[in-house]
Design a binder for this molecule. Structure first.
Ligand SMILES: Nc1ncnc2c1ncn2[C@@H]1O[C@H](COP(=O)(O)OP(=O)(O)OP(=O)(O)O)[C@@H](O)[C@H]1O
Length: 289
């Protein structure tokens, strides 16, 4: 989902280590299972809104290993989308402190496009429309840019058609989507499916999915989740931002993080989500609000 990093306009297991942060100290919990290689390591990340200087991220720490699925939840305005966008290099934000290493590279040394080529993908909460550009041309261009960066031969239109058809089928998407302009006139659910189609086409290593469940009907949610699950492997990482358990019932996270006021203040497993569903954020003991 290097959507941002991925395209030029915006630009596509087992729990191991989790930090449980209380009001005054951080406790590290380690699982005995074998750990995959670290894909993304974010340390003490701080970022502000470039235009206003308002600090939004206030020391985010997050480690995602190959094969892991992480979910980030949190109240509205806690900074979840900002974190997603900062990771792909959105120009609205400026990193003021901290580090992020993605597949061994300093993420903040890379341009958004380079992050995409390196395998990072963000699905937008509100996918943008690109009038005048057909979906198939856009997808092929993005796909070939990534292939080129990996030293692979570019796909011609016919080859791309053969490549993309099974992916459309997987998502239960009508092939006529290919000939329509990117997201133009798409329903909310169609836009979300199109995001996942981009993820599938780009074969990204790290998928950041920002509220892919919003606006989806029950069938579309199942299709999208099925597609994401089919794209997961021991070499990919997933970071999902969501407000609801229903998505996590389909795409099971290894870790669930709670974000509050620009920080990850609690990390656990699905039981955290059950607590949230039962009693809201007030039931979790987090840092003082
Ligand atoms: N480009 C921006 N300009 C102005 N304010 C911004 C911008 N980006 C983020 N913010 C502010 O930063 C805070 C965090 O926003 P963000 O979208 O990251 O929250 P969120 O946790 O994703 O919220 P939600 O759950 O509602 O999607 C909010 O107060 C938001 O208004």
């Amino acid at each position: 989902m290097t959507a941002l990093a991925r395209h030029p306009l915006a630009s596509t297991s087992c729990p191991r280590v989790g930090a449980f942060r209380g009001a005054s100290r951080v406790r590290v919990v380690r699982c005995a299972a074998a750990a995959g290689e670290v894909m993304l390591e974010v340390k003490d990340l701080e970022a502000k809104i470039a235009a206003t200087g308002q600090l939004i991220l206030k020391g985010v720490n997050l480690t995602i290993r190959n094969g892991e699925v992480h979910a980030i939840m949190g109240k509205n305005g806690s900074g979840k989308s900002t974190l997603s966008k900062v990771l792909v290099g959105h120009p609205d934000y400026e990193v003021t402190a901290g580090t992020a290493v993605f597949k061994g590279k300093n993420l903040f040394d890379l341009e958004p496009e380079e992050r995409s080529h390196a395998g990072m993908f963000l699905s937008f909460q509100t996918p943008i429309e690109v009038p005048g550009v057909s979906n198939v041309d856009f997808l092929r261009m993005a796909c070939n840019a990534r292939r080129k960066s990996r030293g692979q031969a570019e796909l011609d239109p016919l080859e791309f058609y053969a490549y993309v058809m099974p992916k459309l089928e997987l998502l239960n998407m009508d092939p006529t989507f290919l000939n329509r302009n990117v997201n133009e006139g798409f329903s909310g659910g169609e836009k979300k499916r199109n995001e996942i189609l981009q993820l599938a086409v780009l074969e990204a290593d790290m998928a950041i999915l920002d509220e892919i469940d919003s606006g989806l009907d029950i069938d579309a949610l199942r299709d999208v989740a099925k597609a994401v699950n089919s794209l997961k492997s021991a070499d990919t990482g997933v970071l999902m931002v969501t407000h609801y358990k229903r998505l996590l019932d389909y795409i099971r996270p290894d870790f669930v993080h709670i974000m509050q006021a620009g920080e990850i203040v609690k990390t656990g497993d699905m039981s955290l989500v059950d607590q949230l569903e039962a009693g809201g954020y007030a039931t979790l003991s987090m840092v003082d609000e």
